[in-house]
Design a protein around this ligand. Structure first.
Ligand code: ADP
Length: 598
């Protein structure tokens, strides 16, 4: 297949385009899948945040009025109106019972100095009773504003929790503060169990509740020195130092955690839900790879389909071209055949014309030969005519003298003489007749004898010596009249050649050589010069004078012998003179028989 030079760059361009489109589709898929994943991530984080904030809200709000209710109870009011040992015990019992009922961490009451007067855990080793928590913000806040709250680690129990406080008012004056402490650890444990990665941070951004215990008491972002000092002064997280910012920790993890924060109305906290981008990116990468593979597969499929359609189209075109070519060729062949047919017809016409011309030529040659033979014949006919005249005169005389018998004898002699003349004229007539070529068995010896019979007067006139060898009774297939013409031409030429010479011998022989009949006509004439030999069989070649030779005898003889599938050749004789050798194939398995030709 010959490739056009522009094809390779085109293919490279197509491949580059396919690759570019595939890569673009792959990148687009990556960002679409990632964007959708991010939306899903945000939705799911939002749901988690709602759940978390909801449960936190329920948990805290459930306990929010607790401290106020405790402060208003008769036992606490009585205690703070007029404290006594008995009233403290009653208060302790009430607080323990209330704490157990609502499943809080602890419920206790403090006097205006911050000293714990009665507590639900009064009987425990970590009892708050007698401890002063006046430094706590929830205490100050309750005294100042009527209520307060605080999240921190208990300085006595070392347990974290949210402290919800309320001023204890007796007769319109704040006499102390009632506090309900609620532990949020179980809430955090529940959230962790749900598989959510979260962190709850205070207003300063310090995490106190998280799915990862390491994050506790660490700020989300780096804090200022003053903030850290303030928190320490509050002993918010007791002895826990404020740790490293979580952000740095998360950055080190390398799985690109997304933060979804939500600020709660009360308390003023922030719940943050974390979600890793890693699975999302992985998913996007797989989708992109799939898109790339799909694009390339589609493109390859398309290219294959295009190539196939092109090949089919090319095949169809080639087939159509071939069919057209075959049709054109057939048409050409048809025309050529017609041309050939007309050429053949023309050739046939020319051949027929040639045959006719050749036949005419043969006839002309024959007439020429007859003319040449006639010289002797005229003499031979004149002789009997003169004899007849003599016989007629003597017969007339005999009849007048009454000699009937001798007259009848004379008439008999005259009759025989006329018969002889009739034979001669018959021969001439036969020779001069124009005939169609025949194909029959011809006895060559008979042909030779007939010619010699016809020419005997010419031979005698020329004074030639005829040396007639053994004439083998051989037969050939052909035309007797035409073969007779050949022999006559050869003998006439021999007579011409010896005429007027001292040695005037003519030798004729008919032999059988294998499957060939060989006729030899030789004479003792001058022979033929090497120069003339080259033109011997050419038509109209003659060395004889005007009116003596036409120059067609040998040419016609040559054509006749060729027609019979034989050969005629000239040979120079050793002792001078010409020799013509005619060879003809014997008629197979045939017996030579007398035939007159036609
Ligand atoms: P034509 O006898 O009319 O000339 P031919 O074709 O018979 O025509 O012969 C051609 C020539 O060949 C003769 O003119 C003569 O020169 C030469 N030729 C033919 N036969 C003989 C012969 N036996 N001896 C010498 N020359 C011959």
């Amino acid at each position: 297949m010959i490739r056009s030079p522009s094809r390779t760059p085109t293919r490279a361009l197509v491949a580059a385009t396919i690759l570019a489109i595939s890569v673009a589709a792959s990148l687009a898929t990556y960002s679409i899948v990632l964007a959708r994943g991010e939306r899903q991530l945000a939705r799911s984080a939002d749901e988690h945040l709602r759940l978390l904030s909801g449960t936190l809200d329920v948990t805290i709000n459930r306990f929010r009025p607790l401290a106020g209710l405790v402060g208003r109870s008769a036992e606490i009011q009585t205690l703070f109106a007029e404290p006594s040992g008995e009233r403290i015990q009653t208060a302790n019992a009430l607080l323990a019972w209330a704490n157990a009922s609502v499943e809080a961490e602890a419920i206790y009451v403090m006097n205006r100095d911050g000293l714990t007067v009665a507590s639900s855990n009064h009987a425990e080793p970590t009892s708050y009773v007698g401890n002063n928590y006046g430094f706590r913000p929830y205490f100050k806040q309750a005294l100042a504003e009527g209520s307060g709250w605080f999240y921190g680690i208990g300085v006595t129990t070392k347990k974290p929790g949210i402290f919800l406080s309320s001023a204890i008012e007796v007769a319109g004056t704040a006499h102390g503060v009632a506090v309900a402490k609620i532990n949020l650890d179980s809430l955090g444990a529940n959230w962790s169990m749900a598989g959510v990665e979260f962190a709850v941070s205070d207003a300063d951004g310090i995490v106190f509740l998280a799915s990862n215990p390491d994050w506790r008491y660490r700020p989300m972002e780096p804090l200022s020195r003053q903030t850290i000092e303030r928190i320490d002064a509050e002993r918010r997280y007791h002895e826990h130092p404020i740790g490293e910012p979580i952000a740095e920790d998360l950055a080190r993890r390398g799985d690109e955690l997304r933060r979804f924060p939500l600020r709660t109305a009360f308390p003023d906290w922030t719940i943050t839900v974390f979600a890793s981008m890693r699975p999302l990116r992985e998913q996007a990468r797989i989708a992109a790879a799939l898109a790339l593979t799909l694009c390339v597969a589609l493109a390859l499929g398309f290219v294959t389909w295009r190539l196939r359609t092109r090949a089919i189209r090319a095949e169809r075109v080639a087939k159509r071209d071939l069919e057209r070519g075959v049709e054109e060729r057939t048409q050409q062949l048809r025309l050529a055949r017609d041309d050939l047919a007309s050429e053949i017809a023309e050739r046939r016409r020319i051949d027929a014309e040639l045959n006719r011309v050749r036949d005419d030529l043969i006839q002309a040659g024959k007439l020429a030969a007859v003319g040449r033979a006639f010289a002797g014949l005229a003499h031979e006919i004149n002789q009997p005519l003169a004899a007849l005249r003599t016989y007629l005169a003597s017969t007339r005389l005999m009849i007048r003298q009454g000699g009937t018998e001798p007259a009848l004898a004379n008439i008999e002699v005259m009759n025989r003489t006329l018969d002889r003349v009739a034979v001669l004229t018959d021969q001439l007539k036969r020779l001069a007749r124009k005939s169609e070529p025949a194909r029959e068995e011809v006895a060559l010896a008979t042909v030779v004898e007939r010619v010699l019979e016809l020419l005997k007067f010419r031979i005698a006139d020329a004074g030639a010596q005829l040396d007639l060898g053994d004439l083998k009774p051989v037969a050939v297939l052909g035309d007797g009249a035409r073969l007779e013409q050949v022999v006559m031409n050869l003998v006439l030429n021999a007579i011409d050649a010896v005429e007027g010479r001292d040695d005037r011998s003519i030798a004729i022989a008919l032999r059988e050589e294998g499957d060939t009949a060989e006729l030899v006509v030789a004479d003792s004439g001058a022979g033929i010069s090497p120069e003339d030999r080259q033109h011997l069989f050419e038509p109209f070649f003659t060395t004889k004078g005007v009116g003596q030779g036409l120059g067609i005898g040998l040419a016609i003889s040559y054509a006749i012998i060729q027609e019979h599938g034989g050969s005629v050749a000239y040979e120079a004789r050793d002792r001078g003179g010409a020799c013509f050798r005619v060879r003809l194939t014997l008629a197979a398995g045939t017996q030579a028989r007398e035939t007159g030709g036609s």
